[in-house]
Design a protein around this ligand. Structure first.
Ligand SMILES: [Zn+2]
Ligand SMILES: [Zn+2]
Length: 260
């Protein structure tokens, strides 16, 4: 039997969906429907990564349900994960204190992590407009927070960075401004901690250039649909393109990201 906390497999990346949501958090469909969809899509591994916060009370029911679903799903491997936001530049995570049964943590930039805590992207946009926060300072804060956060995941869990940089455009910043040095720092932290980085299908991020740079730095890249419905499980367009070294555009799709 494959242990649920097996290290991140080096499988063909599109055979594993690292990021999905069920009705336990804000997904539309049940856990069973998501598992059926993953099997139907021919996936080898489904990571169920419902949103948790420090005060989440349903973790015991959730981990039990995923464990039971995993037993019935073979040969599909089902991993019990959670998605959690980075809180601040110290890399604190909004995790419940007891993670019994959780095997994987998807680390996410839902808010902008600043030294004093998480800020709404709109708040950061206002601080930038008012000159109270410089763009370089903001990018340094996000980098520092991300580097520290991958070290904050409990050792009992595997981990990956979910939709890295998705908070930047929401705060009025461009991912292009991150630059090679910050990417190298994030990559080093990922290598040190065995943290993968996801090509996120829903938000189409990080961009092809950042993913290529992370890969050159030896970071393991994975695919995450961020599915909130059964139809979206393992349905790849952006991830298929960028993980194959492409520019993110579907064949014949002029709305894809421009080539780096
Ligand atoms: Zn997320
Ligand atoms: Zn998500």
């Amino acid at each position: 039997m494959i242990p649920e906390a097996a290290p991140l497999a080096d499988a063909a990346p599109l055979a594993e969906d690292f990021h999905t949501h069920t009705a336990f958090s804000d997904g539309r469909d049940s856990l069973d429907a998501m598992v059926r969809a993953a099997a139907g899509a021919g996936l080898r591994t489904l990571y169920v990564t419902d949103h948790v916060r420090r005060d989440t009370r349903w973790l015991p029911e959730y981990t039990r349900a995923v464990r039971e679903a995993a037993r019935r799903a073979a040969p599909l491997r089902v991993v019990c994960g959670v998605e959690v936001k980075i809180l601040d530049t110290a890399g604190r995570l909004d995790l419940p204190p007891d993670l019994t049964g959780v095997r994987h943590v998807a680390v996410a930039d839902h808010r902008f992590p600043l030294p004093g805590g998480p800020a709404a992207p709109g708040e950061v946009r206002d601080l930038l407009a008012a000159g109270e926060l410089g763009p370089e300072q903001a990018l340094d804060a996000l980098t520092e927070a991300t580097v520290a956060a991958v070290h904050s995941v409990p050792a009992s869990c595997t981990r990956h960075l979910a939709h890295l940089f998705s908070v930047l455009p929401k705060a009025g910043l461009s991912e292009d401004a991150v630059g090679p040095e910050r990417l190298a720092r994030i990559a080093a932290a990922c290598r040190e901690t065995g943290t993968a980085v996801e090509a996120n299908e829903k938000w189409r991020c990080p961009g092809p250039a950042a993913l290529a740079a992370l890969r050159r730095h030896g970071v393991h890249l994975v695919a995450g649909s961020d599915a909130h419905t059964a139809e979206a499980v393992g349905a790849w367009s952006y991830a298929a393109s960028v993980l194959a070294g492409g520019d993110g555009a579907a064949p014949g799709d002029p709305t894809g990201r421009p080539a780096p």
